[in-house]
Write a protein that binds this ligand. Sequence first.
Ligand code: HEM
Length: 124
Amino acid sequence: MDVLANTTHFHIFTWVVGIIIFIVAAGLDSRSKGRKIAHMIARLFYVLILLSGFMLFMKYSGGDAALYGVKFLLGLLTIGMMEMVLVRSAKEKSVKVVWILFFVFLLATLFLGFKLPVGIAWFA
Ligand code: HEM
């Protein structure tokens, strides 16, 4: 499995696809069958994001444990907001605040990810 954590490519693939499927799911009618299927695929990608992130974490977090810990937490919160948007909209509850939090956590996660040294380090 080391091959998946030697670069950040697998992790980037999982969160790019995961976020696209999440946005597609959120755009579908909350009672439709397509939405349920898209939500299931999104959940599969949450697991892949976590798995790929965790593998990178195990391999590289020794470099700066605190900052890698924050990256882990922000990634988890982003996924948490994605799930909350889909579950709350399916129950027809308001999702405005959760969408805002999703974007805030997503931006913070992207910024820190691109700041940390492995792979792309635009803000290092
Ligand atoms: C939707 C959620 C997530 C997004 C958008 C995201 C985004 C990113 C980005 C942009 C990078 C930098 C890639 C690069 O520099 O080439 C990255 C790296 C990383 N991510 Fe995530 N991530 C997410 C979830 C997670 C989770 C849940 C974990 C932990 C389990 C995690 C752990 C890591 C680690 C350890 C790195 C390597 C940091 C480094 O560049 O040194 N990520 N992530």
